[in-house]
Ligand binder design. Structure first.
Ligand code: HEM
Length: 146
């Protein structure tokens, strides 16, 4: 079961990334060109948030069953357990919180241009955090590309 969830969580990163990149740069382009905020823009923002929340659920499940999450005196001394117990999880929770706040603020904003500006600011900050927080294969944590 652990392996299945790791694979789902690992592969699902690409869906989250794809939607987050699309929503962020669409918002930037439409903000700079004073375009109207359409239903499709709202849907893209929503599905981006939904994918992030699904990834959060998978991540939280892993947090309780992964052997890379540990609570002992050595947790913070060993790079692998420090990364998954503290760094990865905290960075990602923060990123997902930013996406959620950005989505809510965008929905509440009344001015169309402000909607795009808000989406861009929050989703871009989240995108940077997600890119920094992913255990890419070259970071040496033994994680895969998919
Ligand atoms: C957008 C959010 C997230 C992304 C893109 C993401 C991505 C990833 C990736 C790519 C891996 C490596 C999987 C592999 O070994 O192939 C991973 C592992 C892990 N993630 Fe996340 N993650 C996210 C959020 C979270 C959150 C919020 C938590 C916990 C609260 C979490 C907990 C974990 C744990 C514990 C592992 C290690 C699993 C293991 O190998 O035993 N993740 N994550």
């Amino acid at each position: 079961m652990l392996n299945g969830i790791i694979h789902a969580h690992s592969g699902f990163r690409w869906i989250v990334l794809l939607l987050l990149v699309a929503a962020t740069f669409k918002a930037l382009l439409k903000w700079r060109s004073n375009a109207p905020f359409t239903e499709a823009d709202g849907k893209l923002n929503f599905f981006t948030m939904l994918s992030a929340h699904l990834q959060l659920l998978l991540g939280l499940t892993l947090y309780f069953i992964s052997d890379k999450v540990a609570f002992s005196g050595d947790t913070m001394k060993v790079a692998l357990t420090r990364f998954f117990t503290a760094e990865h999880s905290l960075i990602m929770v923060l990123a997902i919180a930013l996406i959620t706040i950005g989505y809510t603020k965008t929905k509440k904003a009344t001015e169309e241009n402000l909607k795009f500006k808000t989406t861009f600011q929050y989703y871009f900050a989240a995108l940077v955090l997600v890119l920094v927080g992913i255990p890419w294969p070259f970071r040496g944590f033994g994680s895969a590309w998919f």
